[in-house]
Design a protein around this ligand. Structure first.
Ligand SMILES: Cc1ncc(COP(=O)(O)O)c(C=O)c1O
Length: 408
């Protein structure tokens, strides 16, 4: 059996998320029900939900395995995410998976060999470096540098990590979980040049795209559209599209041979995804519904981030952060107001949830790799409903003012 490090963020969520009262730890844009999804674009006063085309297709669907690689409608709708009028993305180069977590796993499982060297952006979702390490690869972390105003990726640092001939995969996560930072187009272009020069495949986990909400700069394109053949992009319905419960994700690549290899491995652990999930996902990604859903979620993130920002600025002795520009999470550093030292993030989050019912994610525990790395950091997921965030932050504020943080 392979040794795999415990997946701390998933274990933390499993332990607390159904017990807390204000979940401000979640990374999905406020999840929707089928009724809410339908209401986004249809006039529900004139039509009962049970008669809408979505519900009718769900109830009539014969529950066989369906299309093994994903239905043509779903594949077409995903392909439009990466297409331009002059350059349609071929849907034969997309594979449907049960969420992005399965998509990422399949990529590593299929492509990584113990002799390989993998470079992964850091901090990020632990899966992206722990799985290649569990498969025997040596993994180097391309660490984002925190300044007063941003989390920067230094391309010279990336150059210094490349081992010519051994580095096979570079893993990006854009927008980034947990910092909410973006790798801008200029950096992506430099990455592309290096990947081409050293023949490195790029895996770009883009599950938080297109949640770009708080930067004056234009959003970066998907890495898939930069014209580099050995690119793999993963995405899903969970985060940007508020539908984590349907467990639909995907892998898209500019290299048809990579997709065929992944499909061969996928035969052994997926066969097909749930046919009901496929129908809901295809509906959510149909152009009109997708536009409405993305607008809802970008508006939500923009509004909620301002609430969070006001809260953080109110307590400068207790916390500070680099304001995120995208995605759904903020990486906030908490300080003990008496000593000025960073808190123990696990003790802090445990005390907070015990005393107030508010759930945050301890950042050092869930994102740090080296001893003490990100100690005192906490990931806040601010894309929950505005009420959950507002009332949760009020509770945290009262707790802080009552001295709750003095002993963590
Ligand atoms: C960067 C990243 N990739 C993948 C996933 C898994 O998402 P999904 O629900 O689509 O499996 C997550 C979940 O938090 C994530 O943050």
């Amino acid at each position: 059996m392979v040794y795999i490090r415990p997946f701390n963020v998933e274990q933390w969520m499993d332990k607390y998320e159904t017990k807390c009262t204000n979940n401000i730890a979640e990374t999905c844009c406020d999840s929707v029900s089928l009724a809410e999804l339908i209401s986004l674009t249809s006039n529900s006063t004139t039509q009962s939900h049970s008669e809408t085309p979505l519900i009718l297709s769900l109830s009539k669907k014969r529950l066989d395995y369906g299309h093994i690689r994903g239905s043509p409608t779903l594949l077409t709708n995903i392909s439009t995410l990466y297409s331009t009028p002059s350059n349609p993305f071929p849907f034969s180069q997309i594979l449907i998976t049960p969420g992005a977590i399965a998509a990422n796993f399949l990529v590593f499982y299929t492509l990584i060999h113990p002799s390989h060297h993998v470079i992964c952006i850091h901090p990020t979702y632990q899966q992206l470096h722990s799985v290649p390490a569990s498969l025997g690869a040596s993994v180097s972390l391309w660490k984002l540098q925190e300044t007063e105003t941003s989390w920067n990726a230094d391309i010279n640092e990336l150059k210094s990590l490349i081992v010519p001939g051994a580095t096979k995969l570079l893993v990006l996560n854009n927008p980034n979980n947990p910092t909410g930072a973006v790798l801008p187009l200029e950096v992506l272009m430099e990455v592309k040049v290096l990947a081409e020069k050293y023949d490195i495949t790029v895996l770009s986990d883009e599950v938080y795209a297109p949640i770009y909400h708080s930067s004056p700069d234009p959003p970066p394109p998907s890495f898939l559209t930069l014209g580099y053949k050995n690119t793999i992009v993963t995405g899903s319905l969970s985060k940007a599209y508020s539908l984590a419960g349907i467990r639909i994700g995907w892998i898209a690549s500019n290299n048809a041979d990579i997709i065929e290899l992944l499909a061969q491995a996928r035969d052994y652990n997926t066969i097909a995804v749930s046919q009901l999930d496929d129908i809901v996902a295809a509906y959510a990604l149909s152009p009109t519904v997708r536009r409405a859903l993305v607008k809802r979620n970008i508006d939500l993130c923009e509004k909620n981030l301002e609430l969070l920002d006001d809260f953080i600025r109110k307590y400068p002795k207790h916390m500070n952060y680099v304001k995120p520009v995208s995605g759904t999470t903020a990486f906030v550093k908490f300080l003990n107001p008496r000593s000025g030292k960073v808190v123990d993030d696990v003790r802090f989050c445990e005390a907070l949830t015990r005393d107030t019912g508010v759930l945050f994610v301890p950042g050092g525990h869930c994102f740090g790799v080296d001893e003490g790395e990100f100690k005192g950091y906490v990931r806040i997921g601010y894309a929950c409903s505005t009420d959950t965030l507002r009332f949760g932050l009020m509770k945290v504020g009262a707790w802080i003012e009552g001295g709750g943080m003095d002993f963590v």
